[in-house]
Design a protein around this ligand. Structure first.
Ligand code: PLP
Length: 425
């Protein structure tokens, strides 16, 4: 029976019961952390072999470069080949960066601010105002970058197969709208996969700003949970087909393939944009970590090697996602107080509470020793207009902790939802 159809006495009785359970948990003095999408120890252990000396033996790239020395700004050929296969681009369309794709995204946007999007173009910092499209719910660190750079962020709802492209087509008629974020596959946090149709629309739409740019963060491109990575139209290919070859920049990394602190990242774009990006990058570095590039290329080998490795991650992660789903179903199914996603990949389960409940639920869980991502984090300026979205990150905690943490979370959802419904009775 949906809670909204219960009488006041029925709700009050349920509330008493839930508080009894809540206080029992609280007295245990637990401390569980589900705030960030980090791999667990078992996942990190999958790549320990990569640190063996044999993976850098000879210290020489196939190009005969000594990888211990300076140079090769765009990356050694075997690593470019590996990452190009993973990102679905050509080796002339890729630069290998350092240990973080987020750094590359930040650098790309600060580069646009300082120098514009191509040689001789107007730097964006000279524009009166820059507006930026942010599909929501989205990734807090994306929003932090565009907020820090002073862009006015415009939220656009995700619809289950990508953002509301009709709304975006309207927004881009404004020349101040210079670009958008996009996480095309197993999106953070909704898990959704952009449809090819929507990707094509974003690539082809007419924009008033000639230097409109899509910052496409394909962080979870091979991070499937079930039957291999979803097939998807590549954004660079779509932009090329649409006659806008320079519109998109595509990013990825091995952070959640090997080690998040010590992976390799990639920036992919048209040859034009790659040339320009290298001209900006060469000012700040002589080259990235080629020893790490070499061991990644030798350890993961090729696309099939990556997929085989990701299957091992999936074997660890799927039971965790299944546990969360099964507990949510058991404790909250059919009550009409929580909706949740059932992703085929990525790192998150995104839940929507009744309007106005998310912050209170997060606070209640924290009081009981369960930390989840702060409510609002999935929206620009940390402002979820309906205060209802919460991102659950089930990957890091061991199974027993995850099980207890989600059960406590369910109790908190029940308590806050009942209290909210009672206020309205
Ligand atoms: N992009 C998305 C969508 C993420 O969820 C994350 C990490 O959680 C990152 C980027 C970070 O990537 P990197 O470690 O390559 O900087």
């Amino acid at each position: 029976m949906e809670y909204k159809n219960l009488s006041r006495p029925q709700l009050e009785a349920l509330l008493d019961e839930q508080y009894r359970v809540y206080n029992q948990y609280k007295n245990l003095g637990l401390s569980y952390d589900m705030t960030r999408g980090k791999p667990c120890r078992d996942q990190l252990d999958l790549s320990n072999d990569m640190l063996a000396l044999k993976y850098v033996k000879g210290y020489e790239s196939i190009s005969k470069t000594d990888v211990r020395n300076y140079g090769v700004l765009d990356g050694i050929p075997e690593c470019k080949k590996l990452m190009a296969e993973m990102m679905g681009v050509g080796t002339e369309e890729i630069i290998i960066g350092g240990n973080s794709s987020l750094t590359l995204m930040y650098e790309t946007l600060t580069g646009f601010m300082l120098f514009g999007t191509s040689k001789g173009a107007k730097p964006w910092c000279k524009e009166e105002k820059i507006k930026w499209i942010c599909p929501v719910p989205g990734y807090d660190r994306h929003f932090l970058i565009t907020e820090t750079l002073g862009f006015e962020m415009i939220p656009v709802d995700l619809c289950g197969d990508g953002p509301d492209t009709d709304k975006i087509e309207e927004l881009v008629k404004d020349p101040a709208v210079k670009g958008m974020w996009m996480i095309p596959k197993y999106s953070n946090p909704s898990g959704e996969i952009y449809s090819d149709e929507k990707i094509m629309k974003l690539a082809a739409m007419k924009t008033a700003a000639p230097d409109f740019r899509i910052i496409c963060d394909d962080a979870y491109t091979v991070h499937f949970l079930k039957n291999g990575p979803a097939k998807q139209l590549n954004i660079l290919e779509a932009c090329r087909r649409a006659g806008n070859p320079d519109r998109a920049y595509l990013f990825g990394s091995t952070s959640k393939i090997t080690f998040p602190g010590a992976g390799v990242s990639a920036l992919c774009s048209s040859e034009n944009n790659i040339k320009f990006a290298l001209s900006v990058m060469t000012v700040r570095t002589i080259g990235n970590d080629k020893l790490n590039q070499l061991r990644h290329a030798r350890f993961l080998r090729d696309y099939d090697g990556i997929i085989a490795h990701m299957k091992k991650h999936a074997d660890i992660l799927l039971p965790k996602f299944n546990t969360v789903e099964s507990i949510l179903n058991t404790y909250l199914g059919g009550l009409g107080i929580l909706e949740w996603t059932k992703p085929d990949g990525g790192y998150f389960i995104s839940v929507n509470t009744l309007d106005g409940c998310a912050s209170k639920i997060v606070a209640k869980a924290k009081e009981c020793g369960v930390k989840v991502t702060p409510a609002g984090s999935t929206y620009p300026y940390k402002k979820d207009p309906r205060d209802r979205n919460i991102r659950l990150a089930p990957t890091l905690p061991p199974m027993e902790e995850l099980d207890a943490a989600i059960k406590i979370f369910c109790v908190c959802v029940k308590i806050v939802s009942i209290e909210t419904l009672l206020e309205k009775k």
